[in-house]
Design a binder for this molecule. Structure first.
Ligand code: ATP
Length: 248
């Protein structure tokens, strides 16, 4: 694994609608080729951090962002989200967000357009996704709205992978899924990381599962980083004993 960070976030602060700070100066690093977890309870600021990085807050009315974001050493603090996706930084939104009336395969195809590929490029990208998620091949003609929660999470991740990203921001992949499926999703994330070198910054309330797969983690509370370190270091820290994270 390379040592240069693929992502460096420095002192990001976010205010929504001139109200209280949603983020009060978050700094974090994702080494190239690593899985890094962003942990914290409801409202801690995980989604806001991911959206600040992917620039999706730029299109959210009333959100003010301060701080610096470097992706592969480039200052992308004010980058267009579309441009970032072209550069290989994509976000998988919380709650899966499939186009319910489109087929599974059409949902996946949408993810390819960021790189404006040829028909052959799309076909190859689809085959790759079906190798990663064989279940999606089986249900590829089905309307996405009729697939299971686990399959919809796979569609959301698969769609992001269609553009061959280097860094995926993954928001609450375990949300609403049975434990076995959560494990399956994390195994796939681990495999993509090991075999293809895709880096991940993943927001999770489920600290136990995230710490089993991440190389490092940051714990957010009320918009601030209250602890960070390796899974071993964090398991020993009192902060993870807080009830909102459960036994990790
Ligand atoms: P959850 O796991 O519940 O999604 P989170 O850790 O992702 O929580 P955020 O969604 O980032 O937390 O929210 C951080 C804070 O910002 C919360 O106080 C939330 O109410 C507030 N917030 C989030 N989005 C908006 C918005 N669009 N407008 C106003 N306040 C917001």
């Amino acid at each position: 694994m390379g040592q240069a960070p693929i992502l460096q976030v420095d002192d990001i602060a976010v205010v929504y609608n001139q109200q209280a700070c949603a983020l009060g100066g978050v700094s974090l690093t994702v080494p190239d080729g690593a899985i890094v977890a962003l942990l914290g309870g409801n409202g801690a600021g995980k989604t806001t951090t991911l959206k600040a990085i992917s620039s999706l807050l730029r299109v959210e009315r009333g959100a003010l962002v301060r701080g610096t974001i470097l992706y592969r050493g480039m200052d992308v603090t004010d980058a267009d989200p579309w441009r970032l996706a072209e550069e290989g930084l994509v976000q998988v939104l919380e709650g899966r967000r499939c186009f319910a009336h489109l087929s599974v395969e059409d949902n996946l195809r949408i993810g390819a357009f960021v790189r404006r590929p040829s028909a052959r490029g799309i076909a190859e990208a689809l085959e790759r996704i079906y190798t990663v998620f064989p279940r999606l091949k089986v249900c590829r003609r089905k309307a996405a709205g009729y697939t299971s929660g686990g399959e919809q999470q796979m569609i959301a991740i698969g769609r992001a992978l269609m553009s061959r990203p280097s860094l995926v921001l993954l928001d609450e992949p375990s949300m609403g899924l049975a434990p076995q499926l959560v494990e399956e999703i994390f195994e796939i994330v681990g495999k993509l990381n090991r075999d293809e070198g895709v880096s991940f910054l993943l927001a999770e309330q489920n600290a136990a599962v995230a710490l089993r797969h991440a190389k490092a983690a940051y714990v957010l509370e009320s918009g601030r980083v209250v602890a960070h370190g390796t899974p071993e270091e964090l398991r020993q820290a009192d902060v993870l004993l807080d009830a909102y994270l459960g036994a990790a």
